[in-house]
Design a protein around this ligand. Structure first.
Ligand code: E4P
Length: 225
């Protein structure tokens, strides 16, 4: 199971990397555009925050296979070694995935809404397949069920591709796809911050501290008493 940050907010990425067990960063054109920064320097900045190892997923904008291939190869030049080209699942996208696999490109197939799209992308060579859970839920399709079907298909057909569940608007959606067997999730800033929040945790800690300090004094810890 892997957590990714669905964000290009460098301050958030740096902080989340320091505190949480995250494997890397995913972006899309909307997420990049939101930062209002130059594209290449922003990708390089994210890479320098990540360091060499964690994965960085960046989406290609072109719509014709050969152009997608050129774009992915160009982005890899400055996005570092552990770079995944995100490619939407269209006929040209699938062609590009097949072409790029012969050039050792790591691929995340994206804009996935059906298990058949995911199966086709996995067979074309995608390493990750990204279904959009909240967008499915908003169409009255059970996003977590779509994720479960993808996981099952990959398992039945012994495919090495992983489901990278994406597009979340609340913690419950993340939880449900984790239970459905998603191999990974990518979560944006607002939902990510809430993943481990519970008011009872804060309340419990406050009570521990006040009980302790009543006896041992303010600011004391096991190291000082
Ligand atoms: C990930 O691959 C997607 O680009 C992203 O999670 C979409 O999220 P949204 O539906 O919140 O825009």
């Amino acid at each position: 199971m892997q957590y990714f940050l669905d964000s290009a907010d460098t301050e958030f990425i740096a902080k989340a990397l320091e505190y949480y067990p995250v494997e890397g960063v995913t972006t899309n054109p909307t997420i990049i555009a939101k930062e209002r920064k130059e594209f290449r320097p922003l990708i390089k900045e994210i890479r320098s925050i990540l360091g060499g190892d964690p994965a960085l997923h960046v989406q290609c904008l072109a719509s014709v296979a050969e152009d997608i291939v050129r774009e992915a190869l160009a982005i890899r030049e400055f996005a570092g070694d552990n770079f995944y080209a995100k490619i939407p699942v269209t006929p040209d996208g699938l062609k590009a995935i097949k072409l790029l696999k012969s050039q050792d490109m790591k691929i995340t197939a994206t804009a996935i809404f059906t298990p058949q799209q995911a199966l086709m992308a996995a067979l074309a060579g995608a390493d990750y397949c990204a279904p959009y859970v909240d967008r499915l839920d908003n169409l009255s399709v059970d996003g977590a069920k779509v994720v479960a079907d993808m996981v099952q298909l990959f398992h039945i057909h012994k495919l090495s591709a992983r489901v990278l569940a994406a597009s979340f608007k609340n913690v419950e959606q993340v939880h449900r796809v984790c239970l459905a067997g998603a191999h990974s999730v990518t979560v944006g800033k607002d939902v990510f911050k809430k993943l481990i929040y519970h008011p009872m945790t804060d309340q419990s800690i406050a009570r521990f501290v006040s009980d302790w300090e009543e006896v041992y004094g303010k600011g004391q810890t096991a190291l000082t008493v």
